[in-house]
Write a protein that binds this ligand. Structure first.
Ligand SMILES: Nc1ncnc2c1ncn2[C@@H]1O[C@H](COP(=O)(O)OP(=O)(O)O)[C@@H](O)[C@H]1O
Ligand SMILES: [Mg+2]
Length: 250
């Protein structure tokens, strides 16, 4: 049996005087990919933010990994948020962005020299990007490339848990597919535990080991994708006329 990396017990979050998460019980199994699905506004992003202590909560979130998770930003959790605000006019290159992540542990007196650059190239290689991307302005990256750079950031130093909030939203189908393959490959090779918010049920079906469905801040159902993605469960999670059966390209 797979042991849990994280146990979530009776989790409650209130934001702006409203209950957003209302007694969530869930486990993230070690080394598995858990997909978090649910209608917009059901509390998916809030659950991820509670896991990285960005929102106050009641209830228990226990990490069974032996690391100290009481600090505000747990080091062993990599988080790729739903929205990134890149200032359009900020002349930030990929190397600048990765440099910020490296500075968390790279001794400042070494500067961002050749060794740091080599390290950055290794980080990019992990997400299947070549070293030519280091000098690209962040604002010029395609959606898929930006997501992979953000994933590279979240993979540094070495998370046990990776949280991804709709990572492929706004990316065309082909590149989204490649991104999910990359995630599945990382999971297989490094055993990193992944919690992934996704609306693409075909992706969930192919890559997730476990599915959690949220409705109005509660876990509506959970189980293996083969059981969760039946018509019944989808209807219970999304309601009829959800349009989620359709696959749209834009
Ligand atoms: N800071 C906030 N203040 C008040 N309400 C919020 C805040 N953040 C999120 N909410 C509300 O909580 C609900 C769940 O939001 P969210 O977790 O972002 O849902 P999801 O990611 O599933 O779409 C929504 O109704 C949203 O409007
Ligand atoms: Mg969200």
């Amino acid at each position: 049996m797979t042991t849990p990396l994280v146990s979530i017990r009776d989790l409650h979050v209130e934001l702006g005087g409203r209950s957003v998460l209302d007694g969530v019980d869930a486990e993230l199994k070690r080394g598995q990919i858990t997909a978090l699905i649910g209608w917009n506004g059901s509390g998916k992003t809030t659950l991820l933010r509670a896991l990285v202590k960005e929102v106050p909560y009641r209830g228990r979130i226990e990490f069974h990994c032996g690391h100290d998770h009481r600090r505000p930003t747990p080091e062993h959790v990599g988080y790729v948020p739903q929205k990134l605000r890149v200032e359009a006019n900020l002349p930030l290159t990929v190397a600048d962005l990765l440099g910020l992540a490296l500075l968390r542990w790279w001794p400042l007196f070494l500067g961002i020299g050749r060794r740091a650059r080599q390290r950055m190239e290794q980080l990019l290689a992990r997400v299947w990007l070549g070293s030519e991307f280091l000098d690209r302005p962040v604002e010029k990256l395609s959606g898929g490339e930006l997501q992979r750079v953000l994933l590279a950031l979240a993979l540094e130093p070495h998370p046990e848990l990776l949280l991804l909030d709709e990572p492929a939203a706004g990316i065309d189908f082909q590149h989204a597919e490649k991104f999910y393959e990359l995630l599945a490959d990382l999971n297989r090779r490094t055993g990193v535990t992944i919690l992934l918010v996704s609306h693409e049920l075909s992706v969930v079906n192919r890559h997730a080991h476990h599915v959690l469905c949220l409705t109005d801040g509660r876990v509506q159902c959970q189980g293996p994708p083969q059981e969760m993605l039946t018509q019944d469960a989808i209807l219970r999670t999304f309601g009829s006329g959800s349009g989620l059966y359709g696959h749209h390209h834009d």
